[in-house]
Write a protein that binds this ligand. Structure first.
Ligand code: NDP
Length: 496
């Protein structure tokens, strides 16, 4: 019984519910064949045109272009010694999930397979509220001071005068903010051009805390590794596919799920004690650094499976809003300045894009009970709005329904968070230490024979940059390895 075999046409109505005679024609004065004038009283015509002009909501300034699907997360390993989060406790426990995977810089509707980091917005619907994980497809980020976040993103986007992507601008940023070298190496590895969205990993990048009810905690880094294995495109394959099949990643994910080939990922954590964090050689609040596997091996936690396509892209994926501040009891933020800044910026972006009550939208709404009477009213408040319950704190009148435990989340619950100090500027100093993990990645690429591709990928992008910026890039890569700078210089000169 599909719509093609439908015999009875539906009764069309206005959005207010009043039936209309025919949604396919406008009303006119005058009879055929003489064409008459249109009428302002034709509410259906006016509404149709006016609504069309308002179909778009503000595009995300980053992560605008995306695909997504619904699925489930299942716990496969016991980590009750690390976190009290209920959805992570109990082997076999399952929670529903919404996942949105995006490019970062390109606008909505641009080609899926261009070189970029992929964003990973994941919402787990738990009995204790939503848990959002807003990760990336590479384990590190370009900057560690959040004030640089708009800058790095603008340098990857369009030039303010020409409105064209500009490699001078791109490399000028990285050469002069070289703490980005590690993430830039990851971006220009073949992992910067994933074959599709089913064959990529995602990483928390930030250190988070897993907490227990007694106030103790561990630092963790979280990894989702594809069970299908990482698969990438070469630079030339990605360029070709971007032209020939610009929506390839979106279509591939959708079609695979329709065929019943559900992609899955294994969730792992790396775990570090607060005492170890004090002494560790890398600052664990620095998002430009990984925790090497040899020091902190991956421990399996669970399995994510995508098994249901959106029924409507706009309602399920475009209206979805994710934030690193959306945390259940048992998971808490660390002092990473990038994480702290994102905890403000993401809900702020959602309020701008979707309005003050975006959490009420079906794709964002928790499955657990919500009682938040100090967030009321605002545009598009369509739920009960807490009726006559007090709208001010410490009311002596009753009617407060809330029976949950207060203060379970976001509490500064241990001495480690007793930060005291002078106000100072975040140090922008970049030292040789910042090149060590980039050099480690260069060695990883030697193992899978992808060094030649890396050099080619960089040279293809760098060839159109201004000469003094190119020179700066050669010097930056020479600090990773002298021979790497030389190879990139030779390849770039040859490519021009
Ligand atoms: P390992 O040799 O233990 O791990 C290297 C990891 O690099 C692999 O496990 C894989 O991550 C990832 N990798 C493999 N091939 C490539 C490639 N061509 N491009 C990008 N990443 C690749 O070493 P360490 O843990 O000491 O890390 C060495 C370097 O590896 C780091 O400096 C970092 O750049 C990169 N890396 C490290 C990760 C970490 O969390 N330690 C995670 C990802 C990359 P995976 O198993 O996740 O697929």
């Amino acid at each position: 019984m599909g719509s093609l075999t439908q015999i009875e046409p539906p009764t069309y109505t206005l959005a207010e519910g009043c039936p209309i005679a025919d949604p396919t024609t406008a009303q006119r004065v005058g009879s055929q064949p003489v064409k008459g004038l249109l009428l302002l009283q034709d509410t259906q015509l006016i509404e149709t045109l006016a609504h069309f002009s308002r179909e778009r909501i503000p595009e995300r300034v980053v992560h605008a272009s995306a695909a997504g699907a619904w699925g489930e997360f299942e716990v496969t390993h016991d980590i009750s010694h690390l976190t009290s989060a209920k959805f992570l406790n109990g082997i076999g426990k399952k929670s529903n999930v919404l996942l949105r995977i995006s490019t970062v810089g390109p606008e909505r509707g641009s080609a899926d397979c261009v070189r970029d980091v992929r964003g990973w917005g994941m919402k787990v619907f738990t009995e204790e509220g939503n848990q959002d994980w807003v990760f990336n497809s590479i384990p590190v980020f370009f900057v560690r001071d959040p004030i640089k976040f708009p800058s790095v993103n603008r340098s990857h986007k369009r030039h303010p005068a020409t409105n064209v992507h500009d490699s001078t601008m791109f490399w000028d940023f990285h050469v002069n903010n070289p703490e980005s070298i590690h993430a830039t190496m990851a971006l220009f590895s073949d992992r910067g051009t994933p074959a599709d969205l089913r064959h990529l990993n995602s990483y928390s990048g930030h250190s988070y805390k897993f907490t227990k009810e007694d106030g103790s905690f561990s630092y963790v880094r979280i990894h989702f590794k594809t069970d299908l294995g990482v698969k990438t495109l070469t630079n030339d394959e990605a360029v070709k596919l971007a032209g020939e099949e610009p929506s390839h990643h979106t279509a591939d994910l959708y079609d695979a799920i329709e065929r019943g080939e559900y992609p899955s990922w294994t969730m792992f954590i790396q775990v570090m004690s607060p005492a170890e964090a004090e002494k560790y050689r890398w600052n664990i609040f620095d998002m430009t650094k990984v925790w090497p596997h040899a020091d902190y091996p991956l421990q399996p936690v669970g399995k994510l499976t995508l098994n249901r396509n959106p029924t409507n892209y706009f309602t399920d994926i475009e209206q979805a809003a994710f934030s690193p501040s959306t945390l259940v009891p048992g998971i808490a933020p660390s002092a990473d300045p990038m994480l702290q800044a994102r905890m403000f910026a993401y809900p702020d972006a959602a309020r701008y894009r979707l309005g003050a009550n975006y959490q009420q939208l079906p794709c964002n709404h928790p499955v657990s009970e919500v009682y938040s009477p100090y967030q009321r009213d605002g545009a598009f408040r369509y739920a009960s709005n807490y009726g006559g319950d007090p709208n001010y704190v410490r009311a002596s009148v009753k009617l407060v329904k809330y029976k949950g435990k207060l203060g379970a989340n976001g509490q500064a619950d241990e001495a480690h968070d007793d930060w005291i100090g002078r106000v100072s500027a975040y140090s922008s100093e970049v030292t040789d230490e910042d090149y060590l993990q980039a050099a480690a990645l260069w060695e990883v690429m030697a193992k899978d024979n992808s060094q030649d591709n890396f050099v080619y990928n960089v040279s293809q992008h760098l060839q159109s940059a201004a000469p003094h910026v190119q020179q700066g890039a050669f010097e930056m890569f020479s600090r990773v390895r002298p021979d790497l700078g030389k190879r990139i210089e030779q390849a770039t000169t040859k490519a021009v």
